[in-house]
Design a protein around this ligand. Structure first.
Ligand SMILES: Nc1nc2c(ncn2[C@@H]2O[C@H](COP(=O)(O)OP(=O)(O)OP(=O)(O)O)[C@@H](O)[C@H]2O)c(=O)[nH]1
Ligand SMILES: [Mg+2]
Length: 281
């Protein structure tokens, strides 16, 4: 966890610097608003947050930064994390968000707990299959290929019947429209239910560097699919971090993991306290 904190601290150094002005006695609410929006909290969530603080602590609170930290930890902790259950884990998200890498990182994370199978249900691109096959061999878990299949739901159906503790299904991100993408995910989900009798545990992977768009993406996906947890990737890049808070607040879905690099070890369980410390200092 210490390593996680220091890496997030490095990633968020610019955001933390911006937010540090809220520490002193002399700040205006306008400064606070500007700093929070720059940290990617979003306009409407920033307004909501500041109105709440004004109501709770009056127009001139002495330690704005510390009450902000407390409030944000409270919001993040109000949506409790969930253990990844045994069974099928469905990885969804738009193209390039980090699904395939996350599937493999998750396989490595779960490997100590049971037998893991990585499943390439992207039947549209041969390269996607090969990417996952290589990753499966690098993390040392079994791989089930969708080669020879024309339908991702059929791949998931066959995979779901295999004797593994964790069956991680990677899906395609490159379909013609987002509607098709979500329809496909629903088809895969239904086929897993048919094969195993259980709904897959569904993870939505969001790119942490795309700012407020990730809120819209999360809302769209959760309208079609029941999302059990979020994975926010690329927090080691240009992400300013704040967007995690309105996503959790609006959707009431917990962030279970964050991606902090391209390596297979760079997926860590999300911890609200470390996150808030890294963001605000
Ligand atoms: N720096 C960084 N890069 C990441 C992280 N997660 C994923 N990436 C990179 O993002 C790029 C896209 O990742 P993929 O896993 O292929 O994304 P995808 O969602 O499977 O993409 P499609 O299959 O095309 O939809 C790759 O270059 C990954 O190495 C992360 O946490 N940090
Ligand atoms: Mg992929």
């Amino acid at each position: 966890m210490k390593n996680f904190l220091s890496r997030l601290q490095r990633a968020f150094s610019r955001t933390r610097e911006n937010l540090s002005l809220l520490e002193g006695q002399k700040f205006s609410w306008e400064d606070a608003e500007e700093a929070l929006i720059a940290a990617d909290f979003g306009i409407s969530f920033t307004e909501e947050l500041l109105n709440y603080l004004k109501n709770e602590y009056g127009e001139n609170p002495v330690a704005l930064k510390s009450i902000l930290k407390t409030r944000i930890k409270e919001l993040l902790s109000s949506v409790p994390p969930r253990e990844i259950p045994r069974g099928v884990i469905l990885i969804t998200g738009v193209n390039g968000s980090g699904k395939t890498t996350t599937a493999a990182k998750l396989a490595l994370f779960l490997k100590d707990r049971g037998k893991v199978l990585l499943v390439a249900a992207d039947t549209f691109r041969a390269a996607a299959q090969e990417q996952l096959e290589k990753l499966a061999s690098s993390v040392g878990v079994d791989f089930f290929s969708g080669k020879g299949y024309s339908d991702p739901a059929a791949v998931a159906f066959d995979a779901a019947r295999k004797p593994y503790d964790y069956i991680i299904v990677d899906t395609a991100g490159r379909l013609h429209t987002k509607e098709n993408l979500m329809k496909e995910a629903v088809k895969i989900k239904n086929s897993v239910i048919k094969a195993s009798g259980n709904s897959p545990f569904t993870l939505l992977v969001l790119d942490g560097t795309i700012g407020q768009n990730s809120i819209t993406q999360a809302e769209e996906f959760s309208r079609s699919l029941e999302i059990d947890g979020l994975v926010i990737t690329k927090l080691d890049g240009t992400s300013r971090g704040g967007v995690i808070v309105p996503i959790v607040r609006n959707l009431k879905i917990p962030v279970l993991f964050v991606g902090i690099g391209e390596g297979m070890e760079d997926l860590v369980p999300f911890d609200p306290s470390s996150f808030v410390e890294a963001l605000f200092g």
